[in-house]
Design a protein around this ligand. Structure first.
Ligand code: GLU
Length: 448
């Protein structure tokens, strides 16, 4: 059987077994064909069905989360943790609180996380979790009670050498603090059990900035390697959460001009460049929207209810930092017409399969999420190390490490794609390099 046929068998099987899990199957469909040249060089992977093994999570935990709202009503949500792959370390990956959370979404995120974590070069396996809970419009008390109920169930499956969650969409330092507080109440002080903690709770300085700053560093590495820089570049960023707002901050610091940003309420354009301080206040206050921001501050033009990727703007670099599948073929075509030469994914899987093909045909450089946004989880691994050593780093120390890690990941993706494809293809490079690390560790353990 050729490598191509083997990959098709795995994809057909996923379709048979998980017909309803579209996001999970999309992640497999994006990933597996890109590692074909690697399987050609390692035919034993077919014989031992390593793709079949790696495509299924080691374990999935699903549970109900009962909680009381401010009116005293009892509400119930679905909680889930996918412990996907522990070949290179404890399961590591964020928790997402969003109404869109399903097993399919968490499986896709967990699958991506395995290889992202592999790329960091740090000893962390892949996992992901969350709940179909909408934090928007909830009071602080409701958020706290929800987090406590979530952790009451989740705590029995966690540990610094077992599974270490962190944040993702809808889960930031406040939620991590409440989650950790409940863990400690039931167990004992053990800060290495969760990352992204507030700095006052043994969190690492610089974790909140790491994903967005890391994304900007990754792009800067690419530009520098091609005798270019952010200087004078027009950039558009979607998402004003933890990733988008911090990407905006670092891109601006490195000389880029962010001419539009967006969130779920619409997008905002400004020739003067976006006011960073105002946007940063939105990260900690999940109920504050770009629409309210535009009403309160006279700052550019706001287009309500529209996607920035549909807009007829003029820019060089797109950084989707919102969520999965925000860019389809039509939007990708529009972005090509807007003149982009590079797309760097701050979000996980923000471009669908047709969108990826559209960028490829147009010759747009495509830097994938599992490399570009790996700075967040990498600094989480540093937080684990710091907690284990019982030390505290400065922001500058973290930032230096982050820069070094992002450069290493960039070079790994570039060199791997040169080796296997004879050209620069960062999607294939990231997938193959991540897979190489994880599959070798699986072999070393007898594939169990
Ligand atoms: N949720 C983030 C990601 O997508 C961070 C995970 C972590 O820090 O464990 O990588």
């Amino acid at each position: 059987m050729s490598s191509k046929e083997y990959i098709e068998v795995i994809l057909e099987n996923a379709e048979k077994v998980h017909p309803e899990m579209s996001e999970y199957r999309q992640a497999l469909e994006e990933f597996l064909p890109t590692i074909e040249p690697y399987i050609d060089e390692h035919p034993e992977l077919k014989e031992h069905n390593v793709l079949g093994l790696i495509a299924e999570p080691e374990r999935i935990i699903k549970f109900r989360i009962p909680w009381q709202d401010d009116e005293g009503n009892w509400r119930v949500n679905m909680g889930i943790r996918v412990q996907f792959n522990s070949a290179i370390g404890p399961y590591k990956g964020g928790l997402r609180f969003d109404p869109s959370v399903t097993e399919s979404v968490v499986r896709f995120l967990g699958f991506e996380q395995i290889f992202k974590n592999g790329l960091t070069g740090l000893p962390i396996g892949g996992g992901k979790g969350g709940a179909n809970f909408d934090p928007k419009g909830k009071s602080d008390g409701e958020i706290m009670r929800f987090c406590q109920s979530f952790m009451t169930e989740m705590q029995r499956y966690l540990g610094p050498d077992l599974d270490v969650p962190a944040g993702d969409i809808g889960v930031h330092a406040r939620e991590i603090g409440y989650l950790y507080g409940q863990y400690k109440r039931i167990n004992h002080n053990n800060p290495g059990v969760i990352t992204g903690k507030p700095v006052t709770l043994n969190g690492i300085c610089g974790r909140a900035e790491a994903t967005g700053h890391g994304a900007a560093y990754f792009v800067a590495n690419y530009l520098q390697d091609h005798d270019d820089s952010f200087e004078g570049k027009r950039v558009v960023i979607s998402g004003t959460g933890a990733v988008g707002s911090r990407a905006l901050e670092k891109v601006t610091e490195l000389g880029g001009k962010v001419v539009a940003i967006s969130d779920i309420t619409g997008y905002l354009t400004t020739e003067a460049g976006v006011d960073i301080d105002k946007i940063l206040t939105m990260v900690d206050d999940s109920s504050y929207s770009l629409k309210e921001f535009a009403q309160e501050c006279d700052h550019g033009e706001f287009y309500e209810g529209e996607s920035v990727w549909d807009a007829a703007l003029n820019y060089d670099i797109a950084m989707p930092c919102a969520t999965q599948n925000e860019i389809n073929k039509t939007r990708a075509k529009n972005m090509v017409d807007c003149g982009i030469s590079l797309i760097a994914e701050g979000a996980n899987m923000p471009v669908d399969i047709e969108g990826i093909a559209t960028f490829k045909e147009a010759g747009v450089i495509h830097l994938p999420g599992k490399a570009v946004n790996a700075g967040g989880v990498a600094v989480s691994a540093l937080e684990m190390a710091q907690n284990a050593q019982r030390v505290k780093w400065s922001y500058e120390q973290t930032d230096q490490e982050l820069q070094a890690i992002m450069q290493e990941i960039y070079e790994k993706c570039r060199d791997t794609s040169q080796h296997y494809l004879g050209k620069e293809d960062f999607i294939a490079g990231a997938n193959i390099a991540g897979f190489d690390t994880v599959s070798k560790a699986m072999y070393a353990q007898g594939l169990a």
